[in-house]
Write a protein that binds this ligand. Structure first.
Ligand code: PMP
Length: 278
């Protein structure tokens, strides 16, 4: 398989990463995960907007223009013959001897690759289980940075407890999951945490809220509590790779009647149409 590394498209084994890369030392970098349907990047503009916003906040100059990046991603898709798949792209601040201040002369290091990845049909149809856990992350969760240790720890704890995902909360206020956004439905109303500094502004979250509005489902973007989560009729996660996946158990108690509910299924159907028509 091929990797886009700096200015080149190279076979994976030809890429060598420096031990002095600041991504390796400090997690000093950012990333994006793009979804590919029918050989085309889905919602590319939203992902590039977020990439640019994160780069600006971290003061990492982007090494390529958006149009060059889009072209290169399309080339990766073609080289690796991806119809349904993912693209991972990361950019670190660059290579320099280990020291906290930004290096005076460092060139950002970019790498990206594409790979086939099927839609998670089983999980979407039958739902997943979740546990709740404390959100111990920093206060800029809106930035898609490489520093994912709290997410990794929370996810592993969920798996160790026999669940598929963890729903994070700050002192009882539900934020998001370890690698997805979370939404609930109560009495026909869709609720999700507002897109502020406490959650990642998911592209799928944005798409799903748009579909909900088109379907006439009332949407409230306000924080909700663990108690509201426990009393929800429906709950589900949204994300680039998980799409719209129902949560049918939380902390060993069924959500609603313990099966994917009508609103989440309505949204899944609308999402299917959205990805097949673009
Ligand atoms: N929140 C977190 C913490 C994530 O890592 C992700 C991405 N997997 C999301 C939400 C969902 O964002 P998107 O829909 O853009 O994939």
């Amino acid at each position: 398989s091929y990797i886009w590394y700096q200015n080149e498209l190279l076979p994976r084994q030809a890429v060598q990463i420096s031990p002095d890369d600041r991504g390796y030392y400090f997690g000093d970098g950012l990333y994006e995960v793009f979804r590919v349907y029918h050989g085309v990047v889905f919602e590319a503009a939203g992902h590039f907007d977020r990439l640019e916003r994160t780069a600006k906040a971290l003061r990492i100059p982007l090494p390529f223009s958006r149009s060059v990046m889009e072209e290169k991603l399309q080339e990766l898709i073609r080289l690796n013959d991806v119809q349904t798949g993912n693209i991972y792209l990361q950019i670190t601040r660059g290579i320099a001897a280990r020291s906290h201040p930004f290096p005076a002369y460092a060139e950002p290091v970019l790498m990206a690759y594409a790979y086939p990845y099927e839609r998670p049909l089983e999980a979407m149809r039958h739902g997943i289980s979740a546990v709740t856990g404390e959100d111990i992350r920093w206060l800029r969760c809106d930035l898609k940075t490489l520093n994912l240790l709290p997410n990794v720890m929370a996810k592993q704890e969920a798996l160790d407890r026999g669940a598929d995902e963890v729903i994070l909360h700050r002192s009882g206020t539900v934020t998001e999951c370890s690698a997805s956004n979370v939404m609930i439905v109560k009495n026909g109303i869709l609720r999700t945490h507002p897109a502020n500094h406490l959650i990642l502004h998911g592209i799928t979250r944005y798409v799903v809220l748009g579909l909900a509005r088109e379907l006439g489902i009332p949407v409230i973007e306000e924080p909700f509590t663990l108690e509201a989560l426990g009393q929800a009729d429906e709950a589900f996660v949204t994300g680039t790779t998980v799409e719209i996946t129902p949560i049918i158990r939380i902390d060993d108690r069924p959500v609603g009647n313990g099966a994917p509910g009508p609103i989440v299924q309505q949204l899944q159907t609308a999402f299917d149409t959205a990805i097949s028509s673009r």
